[in-house]
Design a protein around this ligand. Structure first.
Ligand code: FEO
Ligand code: CA
Ligand code: CA
Ligand code: CA
Length: 626
């Protein structure tokens, strides 16, 4: 591979380059099947028309809050193609914190619009490419924990480096710009502002010392020369989506960790490495300057990444913990809910074409004020199987069901999922649980390989079930309701909340479900979060060319979906080039914090480098909307 080109690729394209799909296919019959399914995929009406599936009792349990929220509290906006943010009339926005903004006073002024941030200050400023985030309150302080998923080396490195690090210092700078930021915010005249030098402000990078717990901690598979006990990994990387525990800590999810590892010499190309897309040359050439990332030196180092990692934002001296019990894959986010009996349930997606959806269930139970020991280290991991009849089940991954040891199940969860026949999905991105009823949603963003190529483990990816379209360009959102309204139940029923598409280009299934119109259309749903009123906020990370298959869809955007009626309305449009990802609210629900990742042009400064940023959005009348 021409390594210079890799910096220009999306993570999806990076994986595609190393494992290309077939040039052509013979799946016409499968396409026919996808189109013929449009009948039952009535979008918003799927639950309604499926009364026999869910029973009218479920639908009539809608709360008054949901009823009040129907119809939306804002006037939906049109598409945009410019380099600005747009929100509905009556709402305002401002950048809260941009990549390069100082967290500490000694870094004030460190950012230059021409050269970015010097290496010496790179871990004292807000990181690049903001993603998942959560709000916390602690002793009267408002804290945000925010992921910085990846870096754009062409923006960060000197032009002479052509987007690839040329020294250990340049690698250090890239490492420091990623990971997690914890920062304190305080109410200002409009929105909030960052509290510089707050004792809570903290950067957690690819070098921060961590620990591990759960059954795979200390296993041979995670031991390295630097850590012969296999208990003390360094760094969290490619932090994509997020989660918040019920006890007030942050969950950061390690997604495309595979791209950080490479080999400078011979190494054993194991099935485990292949299944996770690890090998060859790393995306950022880390392996050339740091032997920790060199597969020919530390073949187990990749096994120490790809976990859900817990951070206590209230204690800047705390050591982050990688929870092996939650499995290792390209974690998108971690949505925590509780089973009826008090056990902890975490829903998780593996964002890879044809990979799986997971659920973790703790053995212990929890209630407010009780100890949390063991809740994320002692439990069972499951994968989802979706049946065409709108039923589904969570399949336990155990030594008995997989023939693998528990350590292997957790380190190579994808292989365990294949053993039990999990459903291959169209890239599971964020999962969001409805706060008003036992129901959860997963954004299946798109899948260029659906019906065309097996996943890296050889599992077929047939068109059908919640993945109904070949070479799925637009994505869909699947939702499920656990049996007995209990997230601890192993059986569920499902439907598609929305199938994105372009009704102005297509008259078939690629035109989308009935709740997609020329007025609200979008592609590639990704980030999702519920507001307290039970509305589903949907963020997109897709094609913003506004041309061809995507004509009329404009820039990436944030929409609001009413779970009850199926209506979807556009709330915000991003600058061209950016995706919208990460959403959390101020403690009083009056200000939304929204992540704008990889903007183009010179957003938001109007000159110089583009800067990913978290923006604050609020209503002019100061009302609660989150
Ligand atoms: Fe980092 Fe799957 O998004
Ligand atoms: Ca995402
Ligand atoms: Ca995405
Ligand atoms: Ca992305």
């Amino acid at each position: 591979m021409d390594i210079k080109k890799t910096v220009d690729l999306s993570w999806d394209e990076f994986d595609e380059l190393r494992d290309p799909r077939p040039a052509e296919n013979g799946f016409d019959a499968v396409v026919e099947r996808a189109i013929s399914r449009r009948g039952f995929l009535g979008g918003a009406l799927a639950f309604g028309s499926g009364a026999a599936v869910f029973g009218t009792g479920v639908l009539s349990s809608a709360t008054s809050a949901q009823a009040q929220a129907a119809g939306f509290a804002f006037t939906p906006i049109g598409i945009a193609t410019d380099h600005d943010i747009h929100v509905p009339a009556g709402y305002r926005w401002k950048p809260l914190v941009r990549w390069g903004d100082a967290l500490f006073s000694d870094a004030e002024g460190a950012y230059s619009p021409d050269t970015g941030v010097p290496v010496a200050m790179s871990d004292k400023v807000f990181g690049e490419n903001t993603d998942g985030m959560e709000t916390f309150t602690h002793e009267g302080h408002t804290l945000l924990a925010i992921n910085s998923e990846y870096v754009n080396p062409k923006i960060n490195l000197p032009a002479a480096s052509e987007g690839m690090p040329q020294s250990a210092d340049e690698v250090t700078m890239l490492k420091n710009m990623q990971g997690v930021t914890v920062l304190e915010i305080a109410e200002a005249d409009a929105g909030y502002s960052v509290v510089i030098d707050s004792p809570y402000n903290r950067r957690i990078t690819h070098e921060t010392q961590m620990t591990m717990d759960g059954p795979a901690a200390g296993a041979d598979l995670v031991k390295t020369k630097a850590d012969p006990e296999g208990m003390s990994p360094k760094g969290t990387m490619n932090n994509c989506g997020s989660g918040k525990t019920l006890w007030g800590t942050y969950l950061t999810c390690e997604e495309n960790f595979n791209g950080y590892f490479g080999a400078t010499g011979a190494y054993d190309e194991t099935d485990g490495l292949k299944r996770y897309g690890i090998g060859g040359e790393g995306r950022y050439a880390y392996e050339k300057f740091d032997p920790r990332y060199d597969l020919s030196n530390e073949p187990n180092e990749p096994n120490r990444h790809g976990w859900v990692t817990e951070i206590d934002p209230a204690d800047p001296a705390s050591t982050p913990v990688k929870h092996t019990a939650l499995g290792r894959f390209k974690h998108e986010n971690a949505e925590m809910v509780q089973a009826a009996d008090g056990r902890i349930v975490v829903y998780m997606g593996d964002d890879e074409r044809g990979e799986f959806m997971y659920r973790y269930v703790s053995n212990g139970t929890w209630a407010e004020g009780q100890p949390t020991d063991g809740l994320l280290s002692d439990g069972t991991l499951y994968v989802a199987r979706f049946n065409d009849d709108l039923s589904g089940e969570w399949l336990a991954l155990t030594p008995e069901t997989t023939g693998m040891s528990l350590e292997e199940i957790l380190v190579f969860s994808r292989m365990a999922g294949s053993k039990v026949g999990a459903t291959t999905m169209d890239r599971p991105e964020w999962i969001a649980a409805n706060p008003l009823r036992a129901e959860a949603y997963c954004a299946l963003t798109n899948n260029s390989r659906r019906g065309l190529k097996p996943n890296a483990g050889g599992d077929e990816t047939p068109v059908g079930g919640p993945n109904p379209r070949e070479a799925n360009k637009y994505g869909q959102i699947v939702r499920w309701r656990p049996e007995g309204e209990d997230h601890g139940a192993d059986d569920f029923t499902w439907d598609l909340y929305v199938m994105a598409g372009n009704p102005s280009v297509h008259g078939d299934a690629y035109g989308g479900s009935e709740n997609v119109t020329e007025g609200n259309m979008f592609n590639s749903p990704d980030g999702m979060a519920f507001s307290s009123d039970g509305m589903l906020w949907i963020q997109t990370d897709g094609d913003d060319s506004n041309e061809g298959e995507f004509a009329g869809q404009g820039n990436n955007q944030m929409l609001v979906g009413n779970p009850e009626t199926g209506e979807i309305a556009r709330f915000l449009t991003a600058p061209n080039g950016a995706e919208v990802t990460g959403l959390t609210w101020s403690p009083d629900g009056k200000v939304a914090f929204v992540g704008i990742q990889h903007p183009g042009g010179s957003w938001p400064d109007g000159a110089g480098k583009p800067r990913s940023a978290v923006i604050a959005v609020w209503r002019e009348d100061g009302a609660v909307f989150g």
